[in-house]
Design a protein around this ligand. Structure first.
Ligand SMILES: Cc1ncc(COP(=O)(O)O)c(C=O)c1O
Length: 461
């Protein structure tokens, strides 16, 4: 087998995927990382209790995000989510959670034996893409679960859908509930106008590595309101984050902030122009469609390319772009592909994507083979018999999915990306879930089981 470092040295596809730096060394410079890979030697500060050069990065992050305090993270938004939720909840608390949250939210729920009251996002015009979480659905959930003190939503979502966080925050404040927003996909938003409603949470994570020029794993946890105890958050981060934070990663956050401070406005403007040109270049598409263009609740950095009703599936489109045009996209679903863009994308990259889509569009005519769109990852409200924490502590019996209908799951089944569970521990397996797993797999979408494929651990009788 070819070794990882050899494979990496041969990378030559154009990256319409994370990380946001797009390997654009012409823009960002080289120089990372052996010469700068150190530990906490004198004068180089300490991420856990920063008061020197690392605190300086955190202060600049706080300014960029208009936060009261920012914590630089080197274990992704994942560690910020787990630290934030567990700092703001007591063991066994009730918590209000959007069902389309990332797996790290589910991990925090499991770890702290939290009892989730689910909020279900709206549907979009595209059957398989989840929409926004509304303030009214949050309010209804708060009224249903009046003892919950924390609400967690994801906005923007993996697909780029933005909820009116400002309105949700107002509802939460009225009910004395704190709002945690997973903005992992929204690190770049402050560079652009028009996203004011995306703000308002008491606390939020952003993954700098996803959409800004930063190395993979760099993220930050922003505190916006006085109601959040910074010391408690710092202590909780110590539970989840490495005690040997990588200086190359932190240096990439430093360089990222320097680039944004010096050239952010200009880079944002030319990026915006490249996006506009891309839209103009693909305006003649007749079969493929670029979804949500111009929608104010949508993050334009995501190009969601639909092939619903075409003779190719999203999985086919993804493979065509990779094999024929050396364009690597972020993800494929049955009827769409996501290409992630950032200020580091080049004109050449956008031109290559537009040209490829125009050619493929001409070939994508004909019999509709997509059939129906994929259903959403979840549809029915789960029948919850125990918490994930409790379910994880039971003896399990391994069954094939179809044999597990009616039984309580002791495991997760995930669809990845984006990492939303179809079923969580403590929930009852249904025929609908079994059918969905089959449909996803038949469509080339990866369904992740904790053990053998198609087998789930259920709680013994
Ligand atoms: C919605 C969402 N939240 C959180 C995360 C975790 O972010 P990170 O990879 O920075 O840990 C992801 C990762 O893809 C995500 O899609």
């Amino acid at each position: 087998m070819e070794r990882l470092s050899e494979k990496l040295s041969r990378l030559d596809s154009y990256p319409f995927h994370m990380p946001g730096h797009k390997r654009n060394t012409e823009m960002l410079g080289g120089g990372l990382p052996y010469q700068i890979d150190i530990t906490e030697i004198t004068d180089f500060d300490n991420l856990h209790g920063a008061d020197g050069v690392i605190k300086d990065i955190e202060d600049r992050l706080a300014e960029f995000y208009s936060a009261k305090r920012s914590f630089l993270l080197v274990n992704g938004s994942t560690c910020g989510i787990m630290a934030g939720i567990t700092a703001l909840c007591d063991f066994g608390d009730r918590i209000i959670v959007a069902r389309n949250c990332h797996k790290s939210v589910y991990r925090a729920i499991e770890l702290y034996n939290l009892k989730p009251c689910w909020i279900y996002p709206n549907k979009t015009s595209e059957a398989s893409i989840l929409g926004e979480v509304t303030a009214s659905s949050v309010e209804a959930t708060i009224e249903r679960c009046p003892d919950a003190r924390l609400a967690v939503i994801a906005s923007p979502t993996y697909e780029g859908i933005i909820s009116d966080t400002a309105a949700i925050s107002e509802v939460c404040k009225r009910h004395n509930v704190r709002l945690f927003c997973d903005m992992a996909h929204g690190a770049h938003l402050p560079l652009f106008d028009g996203f004011e409603s995306a703000y308002g949470a008491d606390i939020a994570v952003t993954s700098l590595h996803k959409t800004l020029p930063c190395l993979t794993q760099v993220a930050c946890l922003n505190i916006f309101s006085d109601g959040i105890d910074e010391k408690k958050i710092a202590l909780s981060l110590g539970n989840f984050e490495t005690s040997s934070p990588s200086y190359p990663l932190m240096a990439s956050a430093d360089r990222c902030m320097s680039i944004l401070e010096k050239r952010g406005a200009q880079l944002a403007k030319s990026y915006h122009e490249r996006i506009e040109k891309f839209y103009a270049d693909v305006a003649g598409l007749r079969h493929l469609r670029i979804l949500f263009k111009g929608d104010k609740n949508f993050d334009f950095s995501k190009l969601v390319i639909s092939c619903a009703g075409c003779s190719i599936t999203g999985v086919d489109l993804f493979a065509l772009l990779r094999d024929r045009y050396m364009i690597e996209c972020e993800m494929a679903s049955l009827d769409y592909v996501i290409a992630m863009t950032s200020i580091c994308d080049t004109q050449e990259g956008f031109d290559r994507l537009a040209a490829a889509l125009n050619v493929i569009d001409g070939e994508a005519v004909g019999r509709k083979t997509c059939g129906e769109s994929l259903p959403q990852v979840f549809s029915a409200v789960p029948d919850v018999r125990m918490t994930a924490y409790e379910a994880r502590r039971k003896a399990l019996e391994k069954l094939r999915l179809c044999e597990a209908v009616g039984r309580i799951s002791g495991e997760y089944i995930w669809v990845y990306p984006p990492g939303i569970p179809i079923i969580a521990p403590g929930e009852v397996m249904t025929q609908e879930i079994v059918s969905k797993c089959r449909l996803y797999e038949a469509s080339g979408i990866t369904v992740h089981f904790e053990g053998e494929k198609g087998v789930i651990g259920v709680i013994g009788t």
